[in-house]
Design a protein around this ligand. Structure first.
Ligand code: PXL
Length: 271
């Protein structure tokens, strides 16, 4: 069973919605604690309404008192108090955590109330409790003060994030030019460069980061080891991007992935 702690994307492509679709597509039962509600389409974020940290905590405690959660996944958390509360619960309940350190949308909209305190809280409370910490290059830049712009710098960044206390790190290099590759590093291990093949030219990339983290959490919940879980998750994302159609009905901005590609082609009812 997997539990996502993340924000709602009203457009259905990222956040809680992407996470629950991913869990379901990978046949893992999903729970959710909502940290924020966004008024969002593929082309814009018009507003964000944050859930107070105490109420996020109440959702988590309520769930954890009843369900057996294998893996917790975090996305948009909104503010330092929520980040600290989630970190404390991971510690208290000894949960396996996949942390996607979301600070803003890929369109550049802020998804935290105060960036400085959120960064500090992330480094103090959440990063040291992450089984897998998976920032993209911009998020590495925000956390470490320098955005990697080649593979060597990605490996250095992964080392720095392990030094800050993460147990395993995936630095996602999708925003570098050329074919995408990521760097994986875990405590006591050597860095691995992961690539899946040529970049898929697609306008359907909204929610890619959320989906990758959720798929990693799902594969961990299914019993895979960390490295295999990440490799399987990357495959899932690649196929979900490739299966997504770019049609006008799906909005003017970057479109959602097709999470259920294994079950039915886009647009066809499974019945
Ligand atoms: O991809 C980051 C992200 C996370 N969570 C929510 C979002 C977004 C990006 O749009 O809306 C709720």
């Amino acid at each position: 069973m997997a539990l996502t702690v993340a924000g709602s994307d009203s457009g259905g492509g990222a956040g809680i919605q992407a996470d629950l679709k991913t869990f379901a597509a990978l046949e893992v039962y999903g729970l959710s604690a909502v940290t924020a509600v966004t008024a969002q389409s593929t082309s814009e974020v018009r507003g964000v309404h944050f859930v107070p940290a105490a109420f996020v905590k109440l959702q988590l405690e309520t769930l954890l008192d009843d369900f057996s959660v294998d893996v917790l996944k975090t996305g948009m958390l909104g503010d330092a108090d929520t980040i600290a509360a989630v970190g404390e619960i991971i510690e208290a309940k000894n949960l396996t955590a996949v942390v996607d350190p979301v600070f803003g949308s890929s369109g550049g909209h802020a998804l935290t109330t105060d960036l400085v305190s959120a960064i500090e809280a992330m480094k103090r409370h959440l990063l040291p409790r992450a089984h897998v910490f998976m920032p993209n290059l911009d998020e590495v830049g925000v956390l470490l003060g320098k955005r990697p712009d080649n593979e060597h710098e990605m490996i250095e960044a992964a080392r720095a994030l392990l030094d800050l206390g993460a147990d395993g790190v995936l630095v996602k290099g999708g925003h570098l030019l050329g074919d995408p590759h990521d760097v994986f590093l875990e405590k006591g291990g050597q860095p691995s460069v992961l690539s899946l093949g040529p970049r898929i030219e697609s306008a359907s990339t909204h929610g890619t980061g959320c989906t990758l983290a959720a798929a990693t959490a799902a594969h961990l919940a299914l019993g895979r080891r960390r490295f295999e879980a990440i490799v399987e998750a990357k495959r899932f994302v690649e196929r979900a991007i490739a299966a997504a159609p770019k049609i006008p009905e799906l909005g003017r901005g970057p479109g959602p992935l097709h999470h259920f590609f294994r079950f039915y082609p886009w647009g066809k009812s499974p019945t």
